[in-house]
Design a protein around this ligand. Structure first.
Ligand SMILES: *[C@@H]1O[C@H](CO)[C@@H](O)[C@H](O)[C@H]1NC(C)=O
Ligand SMILES: *[C@@H]1O[C@H](CO)[C@@H](O)[C@H](O)[C@H]1NC(C)=O
Length: 429
């Protein structure tokens, strides 16, 4: 009855008489409601993880909280993780991902963090999308799509490494219990099937990439019966270098984090001559790792360009502002400095190149984490080195299909790069 919908109610009233008009109005209301729900309804993301091909909506995975006496987020709430069960021949394989999100260095920044998902489970989304290396879609995650997968939430502010037993009283108080969060979450997962894993993979990006270096051997030790255990640190190789003003901004930052959260305890082998923050850099941490490790890192890590190389405090005239946000806006002098930064990264990882069971993929893209999005992990438009995406390189290495030590040529040589363009600077500390 298309005519009915376009006729005014008063006219209808006259034309059809009261009863029929009331009926027509009810129909009209029903039609409108139907239209509303058709468009407003959220497509339900089915948690049933059958392999599908091509594009589809990411699976949403619920948050599970872990209640343990002293494993607590910064604000005292329980930590948590999201678990997506594996299926098919992936049912006995486990992939864990440690969430990232920078660090907090003092009471002021930790107080801000307590009011966010990075410091409190009261502020976490209860369901998150599993994409990239966490995806259950074979077209976006060819080697790990059917594994058991866990995203472990980051809420301690120090890469799951803080060790302060007592609540720190300042204002409403802080809990620096990253190490206990790690232990409590692992105990929980072990009891849910992780202890029987046939193969296991600990991964993480950014601050979670650093956590992966820190906890890789701990993870191996928790799984004595698992034949294959490996680790992947994505965008986690933070460098201890001088910034554009000749200062070691990142070391000062890490010194604060390490002192505040008593992180040093986690690194008994770190030389006593070193400042506490120095022990927290991957180059130091990685020296003692005996488990096979994959270093996935862009040579021009956007986050590091912004926070390690040209932090705002070292650039009072804001000369780096455009370059920090878009590599195509860098001057030739700035590009030269970026090439120096790349060289520092290559020097730092050089000592790990000779480790036969380690892998690396150092692309020349302007990006940060690459395992957490389809476009940077595996898709037709993903950056490649020797025609392999990061996902393919990591898979080849994990399953010993070939040796993977991929070092890309200098920017701007790789036409497959997807370079980040930021709208505004990251604001994290
Ligand atoms: C407690 O926190 C405030 C800022 O919130 C800071 O100014 C003060 O120095 C802190 N106290 C201690 C003992 O560190
Ligand atoms: C690159 O890899 C794709 C498959 O991922 C393949 O179709 C293509 O032929 C390869 N190109 C070259 C030059 O090897």
């Amino acid at each position: 009855m298309p005519g009915l919908l376009s006729t005014s109610p008063a006219l209808l009233w006259r034309r059809l008489g009261h009863r029929s008009a009331a009926f027509a109005l009810a129909l009209l209301a029903a039609a409108l409601l139907f239209t509303f729900f058709r468009y407003a309804a959220v497509p339900s993301a089915s948690p049933s993880p059958f392999p599908t091909y091509g594009h589809r909506l990411p699976t949403l995975v619920d948050l599970t909280l872990v209640y343990g006496r002293d494993a607590l987020c910064l604000d005292g709430t329980p930590p948590g993780y999201h678990f997506l069960p594996g299926f098919g021949d992936g049912s006995h394989s486990w992939l864990l991902h440690l969430e990232g999100g920078s660090w907090c260095r003092n009471f002021k920044s930790c107080a801000r963090r307590k009011k966010t998902n990075l410091g409190s489970s009261a502020h976490m989304d209860t369901r998150v999308k599993f994409v990239g290396i966490l995806s259950d879609d074979e077209s976006q995650n060819p080697d790990f799509y059917n594994w058991n997968k866990v995203k472990i939430r980051y809420c301690d502010g120090a890469s799951f490494s803080g060790h302060v037993q007592d609540q720190v009283k300042n204002g409403t108080g802080f809990f620096f219990r990253g190490q206990r969060i790690w232990e409590a979450v692992m105990a929980d997962l072990l009891s849910k099937g992780l202890s029987r894993a046939k193969q296991a993979f600990l991964t993480g990006c950014s601050a979670g990439g650093l956590s992966t270096y820190i906890h890789c051997d701990d993870f191996r030790a928790l799984l004595p019966k698992t034949p294959t255990v490996k680790c992947l640190a994505d965008g986690g190789f933070f460098l201890d270098v001088e910034d554009i003003a000749g200062r070691r901004y990142m070391r000062a930052f890490y010194n604060d984090v390490a002192r505040l959260q008593d992180v040093r305890k986690k690194f008994p082998n770190c030389s006593p001559d070193m400042e506490p923050g120095q022990c927290f850099f991957p180059r130091e941490v990685a020296k003692s790792i005996t488990t096979p490790m994959f270093i996935l890192n862009p040579a021009y890590d956007v986050w590091q360009v912004e926070h390690v190389l040209s932090p705002e405090g070292s650039d009072p005239q804001n000369l780096w502002r455009n370059c920090r946000m878009d590599i195509t806006k860098c001057s030739s002098k700035q590009l030269e400095i970026l090439q120096g930064f790349r060289k520092a990264l290559l020097d730092a990882i050089n000592e790990f190149k000779n480790r036969r069971d380690w892998g690396m993929f150092i692309d020349s893209c302007f990006i940060h984490c690459q395992s957490m999005k389809a476009i940077t992990w595996h898709s037709p438009s993903t950056a490649r080195i020797n025609n392999k995406t990061a996902a393919e390189a990591v898979g080849d290495w994990f399953f010993d299909r070939r040796e993977v030590k991929e070092i890309d040529c200098e920017y701007p040589c790789n036409p497959t790069c997807y370079n980040t363009v930021l709208d505004e600077p990251y604001k994290e500390d």
